[in-house]
Write a protein that binds this ligand. Structure first.
Ligand code: WT7
Length: 656
């Protein structure tokens, strides 16, 4: 640990930054009255967001809350998301760049809005020809290549919800998600480049498909190996798309509440949750927040350095920015290849105006040193953003000074897969910034920090973050599982008898006298590694799936760069020796079940796990042990004697 928490906390309370005048002068939102307007005119004020889009038919009602918490937004409104992200820009901006794509080994692909329109239409026609009908779920298992957003938009065009599975997921995880969604069409690719290597992706996809029946697959050729596929129902992207070039496919009229996409995310149980987002509410919300928070204008060269396989990329690489008709940059590779200045080189050469990235990346840049950004002209940047995990004040200041040259506001945006878009952040042209603190809830968002009884905590006290009013971008349910939707998000803090519905994000937080919210991290069994949400139960079930493991407990341990790292404790079965080789098998088990990004940073073999008298594993205690912290009273454990033994084993691992 390099940070001194107390010192950090003190600096945090001392420091405040005002939005720079140069930014305010041109900002999209500068009038503080917007907060009052939303307050006094709620929910109608949300029409402002919907009005950013083109509707085929206007809504009759802004919000229908007759069946809480199954809210409906912009009721009876009709629109098509693809038409809003592509077609409607053709008039004014046909030749403007919509997507600027940069490959890792160099090489770029630029799509003007007119070209994007052509690509998306051809892909939509191809999907239709392959049998995709309205409301069929199409899965995409792809890295950061242009065919991914093209396929997403093509699905939106024909009213087929997409379910994008991050390319780092394993074959098994892909199969599990396809089965859960009953998805029979997969768009994937042959491979991609990562740190100079050409990675095979198709073998992983094919391996996953062995577990799913009757799937038609489309394979984009990123690596270009041209061996025709011998696999049944597998088609090369070009061979199915090219014949449709020049074809126009009418955008299907969708209801505001029709599903735009599904995104699987991790929760407390081992089974991933299919978060359902809609066409009208989600698109209005992402467009609105892209405009108000990221300050996006059509003239911008905007860059969100996330992966489209996660919600950040859906909302703020694809849907929000394209709905506003801007230029969105997409980069295939990692920030340290070929050199650690790759991001800054791209900011320089593409005159990037806004950069949106994650604290874990910023902490890595900090570690690499200022020489890398100093090599480049970053003066086109006017706004910086972060998302995914709390940003420590030291990283905030570094980002502000060394990337923003002290003249860019930073928006620290708290939100989740479930919220669809940003919820808590300062507005960059209005709000005083406090490093380490996300900020107040956005206009129209009502959030609070409460104790277990639902009472608002005093300023500075820790509690549970809650959201007590619906918003257009919210998830509507968990796919085919209303019960779990109610149980996971609405049970804990709602007072259903009095019809007072409160959404639980499962984050700890505190609030200050100005109403600024600081996020303290997850309160459920979810670990946030480099901004990726990983359920400890998922990792535990992967580990106990390895032959020779009897029991496992997984916790998040502090990590200087990643925020948290996965720390696993495992009890071996009798007869299984605790060798390094077996440790590698355990790690491989996690890679197979979930993917390499969920790989435990450490596996400690232990004879027992600390348990309460009722038999519950004390994960908090295991996390403290992993962090080398002093432990409180352990006498309430059923087996207090085990603690010292585990501590010793952890120390042994660390000195190894
Ligand atoms: C969890 C959601 C939102 C897209 C990326 C992650 C954490 C997110 C912040 C922030 C502190 C943050 C929360 C949240 N988180 N943004 N600005 N400050 N924590 O999406 O996988 O759905 O994870 O990420 O813990 O609950 P996700």
């Amino acid at each position: 640990m390099s940070e001194e928490p107390q010192l950090e906390a003190r600096l945090e309370s001392q420091e405040e930054f005002e939005p720079p005048a140069s930014f305010v002068e041109q900002a999209n939102v500068t009038d503080e009255s917007i907060y009052r307007e939303f307050e006094e005119n709620w929910p109608e004020a949300w029409e402002r967001a919907a009005e950013l889009l083109d509707w085929e038919q206007d809504w009759d009602q802004v919000l229908d809350d007759s069946d809480e918490p199954f809210y409906e937004w912009f009721v009876d409104g009709k629109l098509n998301a693809c038409a809003n992200c592509v077609d409607r820009h053709l008039g004014e901006r046909a030749d403007q760049t919509a997507i600027e794509w940069v490959g890792e080994p160099g090489g770029t692909r630029t799509y003007s809005y007119a070209e994007l329109h052509e690509e998306v239409n051809a892909a939509a026609a191809a999907l239709r020809e392959l049998g995709v009908e309205e409301d069929d779920v199409v899965t995409m298992y792809m890295p950061m290549i242009p065919e991914l957003p093209i396929a997403m938009l093509a699905c939106a065009r024909i009213g087929a919800p997409h379910s994008v599975v991050f390319a780092g997921f394993s074959a098994n995880a892909l199969a599990e998600r396809m089965q859960a969604a009953d998805s029979e069409v997969l768009v994937t690719c042959d491979g991609y480049y990562r740190r100079g290597d050409a990675l095979d992706h198709l073998s992983k996809a094919r391996e996953g498909l062995e577990q799913v029946e009757d799937v038609t697959t489309v394979v984009a050729k990123r690596l270009g190996a041209d061996a025709p596929s011998a696999v049944e129902d597998e088609h090369v992207y070009e061979s199915v798309v090219d014949p449709h070039r020049g074809t126009e496919v009418d955008p299907v009229t969708r209801d505001a509440e029709d599903m735009l996409f599904l995104m699987y995310t991790s929760g407390t149980t081992g089974e991933p949750k299919g978060v359902k987002h809609t066409t009208g509410g989600y698109l209005s919300y992402t467009a609105w927040t892209s405009r108000a928070v990221l300050d996006i204008d059509p003239e911008d060269n905007y860059w969100c350095a996330a992966d489209i396989g996660w919600i950040t990329g859906h909302s703020y690489i694809v849907y929000g920015p394209l709905a506003l008709g801007t230029t969105t940059l997409m980069y295939e590779g990692t920030p340290d290849y070929p050199e650690k200045d790759r991001l800054w080189e791209l900011v320089d050469s593409y005159d990037v105006t806004q950069l949106y990235t994650a604290p874990t990346a910023i902490r890595a840049f900090m570690k690499w040193g200022t020489e890398y950004p100093e090599r480049h002209d970053l003066s086109t940047l006017r706004l910086l953003g972060t998302v995914g995990e709390p940003i420590n004040p030291r990283a905030w200041r570094w980002y502000h000074e060394h990337i923003g040259d002290g003249s860019c506001p930073i928006v620290d945006t708290w939100w989740q897969t479930e919220t669809g878009g940003m919820m808590i952040t300062t507005l960059p042209g209005i709000g005083t910034m406090k490093p380490g603190t996300a900020g107040p809830p956005l206009p129209g968002i009502s959030a609070d920090v409460v104790d277990t009884d639902g009472t608002t905590v005093d300023p500075g006290e820790g509690g549970y973050l809650t959201v007590d009013r619906p918003w257009p971008g919210m998830l509507r349910t968990l796919y085919r599982n209303d019960e779990r939707f109610l149980a996971e998000y609405w049970q804990e803090h709602s007072d259903t008898e009095n019809d007072n519905w409160v959404y639980s994000p499962e984050d700890g937080a505190k609030i200050d006298d100005d109403g600024y919210i600081t996020i303290l991290g997850r309160v459920d069994d979810v670990v946030n590694v480099s901004g990726h949400r990983i359920g400890t139960m998922e990792v535990e079930s992967a580990i106990v799936g390895v032959e020779g493991v009897a029991e496992a407990a997984v916790v998040g341990a502090d990590d200087d760069v990643k925020g948290q790292a996965i720390y696993a404790y495992a009890i071996t079965e009798a007869g299984q020796t605790e060798t390094d080789e077996f440790r590698r098998e355990v790690i491989a088990g996690v890679e197979d079940a979930i993917g390499p990004f969920a790989r435990p940073a450490e596996v400690v073999f232990t004879p027992e796990l600390p348990k309460t008298r009722s038999g519950k594993i004390m994960r908090r205690l295991l996390a403290d042990i992993a962090d080398g912290e002093e432990l409180g009273n352990t006498s309430t454990l059923r087996n207090p004697g085990v603690v010292e033994d585990i501590q010793q084993r952890v120390q042994e691992r660390e000195t190894e």
